[in-house]
Design a binder for this molecule. Structure first.
Ligand code: ATP
Ligand code: MG
Length: 592
């Protein structure tokens, strides 16, 4: 567990990898360069994990590099908090892949300042993780260059300054009509654009627009906006700029500046592709141009997958934060205890298509369970304790029983103390059991896992009629290997020694939503929040859990998989339920 294996499966194949393989074979590029370009306006979610594993996966498979780039051209919604969380999440998710393919850059360097043999060096990638002074790429580092390209477009007569409002522009574009300012002279456009840059005009007063085709069938080509005025500070460039490039203008040029070869994005950008190509071609650029490819975004059942909606959950206090373990964010999933390699296996092998679909959450759960089943250390913990007193043992009885740390590894054991007083889970006892109940009942027998068979002789209750303890007798001849070690009883249950157990706060997380498609048809997804998605209990744990490690994963036997929460401290252990052993959702949903 402490040393998770790299994804062993062969690399997936799909239409994007086919194109890359063809380009490599044709010797089209010196090196494959992809990029993952999140906008730092929220935390990354599991949909981003798909894009990360695709972009970094391709870079890794083809000996290239994938730039982590903050797509930070909109100063109003962005924040440094998000830059930091995104960087941490990407590094965590790609784990050991990073050394081969994670493109970061020396702090402060830009393609303009970084030169090799006097020529600009556009391949800044593959700075090893952990190198002091490295940082992600920032689209905002290219504002100067992108601005120069805009001036060049004006000089080529391919862009103009427009004085219409956003609404007026929308209206004309919808109707395929030209702006009355389309015919401005190059000199006038250059002058106005310079004054926009100097901050002479208020927000919204003017825009820079490409001059393409006002009646193009593709609306994105109808003289789209390239720059707008925004008198706001930017989290990365401060107060340097009063005009900011639009996504479509900044993105293709950022790709070009960084030497990206394959620019992979989700399907909604397919209609932008002609504009992506138009801008690059209009500028007569000297180096090979990047190309855009689109794939279907990941949607998962029982989740919402958009930063805007996730932000509502955070802002409305419906979850404890972006990293609430119920959130589909990478930081939430990490906090829940899901190992990076399990999430990566899922996201890497999910399949890349051109068709939007809905993936069953069960597929993610399966990836998590398969990994944990193999790697999680087995431990005993009792979530809802009932006390057992073994009346035929002396008060000071103490022995240690050997228990397996992992299934199918009999040589790897730990010792668990066994004493006169134990705790078992309330779920493992029923006073009036239904037929076929094989756990403990009055007069019945059960095996204590790795230990002896006990029989329940008496149920002791308080005045309120609640069970206080179960008085039982133990048969010390029934330990495995003992004279009656082979004696069979139908039920085996987990237990802990009452005097040696340690208390832990255990947070039982469940699905955040009760329906498979909480945001179907644009309804209010918050109506479908699961009121039982979070429960806290104080568990009794076997003593070895007092030194549990945040790097380990645990299976509390017969219950679920757990891991330490970052809030855990030696004097107050806190465990999160990562996932149940089986998919109990259908059953639980019925109960509730
Ligand atoms: P959201 O819609 O959740 O706000 P976004 O697309 O605005 O997401 P960006 O920060 O712009 O988020 O995304 C960075 C990259 O991740 C983009 O290339 C985007 O296409 C990709 N991406 C975002 N959501 C998904 C998803 N659900 N599945 C696959 N890729 C995604
Ligand atoms: Mg976006």
């Amino acid at each position: 567990m402490s040393n998770p294996a790299e994804t062993p499966a062969p690399a997936p194949s799909d239409f994007i990898r086919d194109v890359v393989a063809g380009d490599v074979q044709a010797g089209k590029y010196d090196k494959i360069v992809t990029r993952f370009p999140p906008e730092p306006n929220g935390y990354l979610h599991i949909g981003h994990a798909k894009s990360i594993c695709l972009n970094f996966g391709i870079a890794r498979e083809f000996g290239g590099v994938c730039h982590l780039r903050m797509d930070d051209t909109n100063p109003t919604k962005e924040d440094v908090e998000y830059v930091d969380s995104i960087t941490a999440d990407v590094q965590w998710l790609i784990g050991g892949w990073a050394d081969h393919c994670l493109g970061l850059k020396p702090k402060g360097a830009t393609p303009a300042t970084q030169t090799v043999n006097g020529k600009p060096d556009f391949h800044l990638g593959a700075v090893p993780v952990g190198t002091p002074g490295v940082e992600p790429f920032y689209a905002s580092d290219y504002f100067e260059q992108i601005h120069a390209y805009a001036v060049q477009l004006i000089q080529l007569g391919k862009a103009f300054v427009c004085d219409l409002s956003a609404e007026e522009i929308d209206e004309l574009r919808r109707n395929g009509k030209p702006s009355p300012f389309r015919g401005r002279s190059i000199e006038e456009n250059l002058d106005l654009f310079a004054r926009m840059k100097a901050g002479e005009f208020p927000d919204g007063a003017r825009t820079l627009r490409a001059k393409i085709d006002v009646a193009a069938p593709n609306i994105w080509l109808r003289d789209p906006l390239l720059y707008r005025i925004r008198h706001v500070e930017h989290h990365h460039t401060g107060a340097a700029w009063r005009i900011y490039p639009m996504y479509d203008f900044a993105h293709c040029l950022s790709d070009y500046i960084e030497g990206v070869t394959h620019s992979i994005c989700t399907l909604e950008f397919e209609v932008h592709r002609p504009l992506y190509d138009w801008i690059l071609e209009a500028l007569n650029l000297p180096r090979p141009l990047p190309h855009q490819f689109e794939f279907a975004r990941l949607n998962l059942t029982y989740m919402v997958m958009s930063k805007r909606k996730l932000m509502q959950l955070v802002d409305d206090g419906l979850v404890t934060g972006w990293d609430d373990p119920r959130m589909p964010t990478i930081s939430g999933i990490r906090r829940r205890g899901v190992p990076a390699v399990a999430l990566r296996d899922f996201a890497y092998n999910i399949g890349i298509t051109k068709y939007d679909g809905l993936t069953e959450i069960g597929a993610l759960d399966h990836a998590i369970r398969s990994y944990l089943n193999e790697h999680a250390l087995r431990r005993f913990a009792v979530l809802r304790p009932i006390k057992i007193v073994l009346t035929n043992l002396p008060d000071n009885h103490f022995e240690e029983l050997d228990a397996f740390n992992l299934p199918n590894a009999p040589e790897d054991t730990r010792r668990v103390p066994f004493t006169k007083e134990l705790f078992i889970d309330a779920d493992d006892f029923m006073e009036i059991p239904p037929p076929k109940y094989f756990r403990l009942r009055p007069g019945g027998e059960v095996r204590l896992k790795y230990g002896y068979i006990i029989q329940c002789d008496e149920v002791v209750k308080n005045e309120a009629g609640e069970i206080v303890e179960l008085r039982c007798t133990v048969d010390l001849t029934t330990k495995r290997g003992g004279p009656n070690g082979d004696r069979k009883v139908k039920g085996t249950i987990h237990w802990v020694s009452a005097s040696h157990s340690v208390d832990a706060e255990v947070r039982l997380y469940d699905r955040l939503f009760t329906v498979p498609e909480p945001d179907a048809e644009g309804g209010d997804f918050k109506k479908f929040l699961n009121p039982h998605s979070y429960e806290v209990v104080t568990a009794k744990c076997e003593p070895s859990l007092a030194s549990a490690s945040p790097d380990e994963r645990y299976q509390f036997e017969r219950l679920a998989y757990f891991s330490l929460d970052p809030e855990s401290a030696p004097e107050k252990l806190v465990f999160n339920r990562t996932i149940t052993l089986k998919d109990t959702w259908a059953k639980e949903a019925q109960k509730k």
